[in-house]
Design a protein around this ligand. Sequence first.
Ligand code: NDP
Length: 499
Amino acid sequence: MSLRRRLQDEPKTVTSHIGGRFVAAAGKPIDIVDPANEAVVAVLHEADDAEVDRAVSVARNAFENGQWRTATTAQRQAALMAIHDCILENAAELAELESVDTGIPLSQTRGMHVPRAAYNFRFFAETINQSGGDVFTQEQGILSMVTHEPIGVCGLIGPWNMPLGLTAMKIAGALAFGNTCVVKPSELTPLTVARLVELVSGLLPEGVLNLVNGRGHITGAALVSHPRIDMVSFTGGTETGRAILAALAEGIKLPAMELGGKSASIVFADADIDYALNGALLGSFMNNGQMCLAGSRIFVQRAVAEQFIERFAQRTGRMAVGDPLVEETEIGPMINGAQCERMLHYAESGAKQGATLLTGGRLHQASNRGFFAEPTAMLAPDNDLAICREEIFGPFATLQIFDEEDEVIAKANDSDFGLVGYVWTEGLERGLRVSSALRTGTVMVNTPIVRDLRTGFGGYKMSGLGREGAKGSRAMFTEEKATIIARGKRQFPHMGLNG
Ligand code: NDP
């Protein structure tokens, strides 16, 4: 029997996992729904303030009195690699579970998200081996030594659009640098992170990795305002990020914020157009378009605009929409009905503001259950329309035509967000020039959606604070300490007259 069928027959119970075991189901029950057919596949029991407090206390005790913080690099590496292996051993189950929970096509969860979740642990196992400090010398034999110490108990809050991969990145980074943590996934998609914690908690000392489940404004808010956590690493929407920042300001805690985006994808006339078309489609519609780094604000230079836009619309209209567990599916359901409605509302408002609907803009006609919308493309007359400014977070691309390089750079930068920019050109010099002009944390030239964990990922402007990646994650998950050592006795200036 398939995993989906088993979950429908007997919905999974999801509770917090504290100190190495799931707690008894007690909190408010919340149904978790398969977005492809609206069947209940799990019931989550929400953690309240007291349960969050228990999770933080266990994590705090494991940090202060346990051995993880002081474990050798080799010991931590061994544990991280064991988690990596465990994810790969359970990859088929995790991929199917992720697709049932999120609606992301299985080809993507299996081909990308689960391998990436595993790789995060291997990457950080390797990173800590190379992650040294600094030593400076001064006159009179003073040695200044910079080391990086674990920051403490980390609150790790993940979004619903790529729960396993994005949350695994946070867990791997926090653990690698010697911290303990309390993880809170989105209440909409809690299944794979809960399964991950269940699978791997025996590979770590007790209390190092803890999980709480529940809605953001209840469980999430209790976690970020808890006085005994030391930092929060958050991935999610800008509005939520603002609320979390306010909560952290109270305790002078460090935030790391990976927030929303509205990334420009600029197609110059000198690009390889077939290649740019494939890249722009993937960059807009992968993960059902529910991607922070979606390059779905597409600018096309006039000389190639007509044919590019026509082909983009045709290909978008022909995409295979359907059950994420079917191999051929390219676009699965959106996460819930509200998100579907929201996207359709953008299509309507775009049309009212003067944009032309090229394809889509309605519910998927062939599906009578589930949250399916047709992938949508609109031609926008200018950058001021809401569809060009606000993050839609669904399979929805806007296309605009431009003439000059300076003009398109100004338009690309005319955004509250600054996560990623995409540039399509055969001219390396142009690629570098435009990259340096774009106000975004990452620029991808002639490729969609590549992450290299050795580089930091994060945003300018309202797209976030801090960077996730080798150095960025170390900055986020450690305190920097300077130890100043005098070698030999120094000559001090006299302070007391009678000394
Ligand atoms: P949300 O901001 O709605 O939620 C993110 C997480 O925060 C969820 O776990 C949510 O819980 C929780 N949360 C909500 N309110 C609070 C609160 N007051 N205190 C603490 N936690 C809270 O984002 P989405 O889940 O809707 O994810 C989509 C957003 O994430 C998009 O804007 C997208 O761009 C962004 N994102 C950014 C990425 C990046 O790397 N920059 C990557 C991926 C996504 P719950 O859902 O249970 O309410």
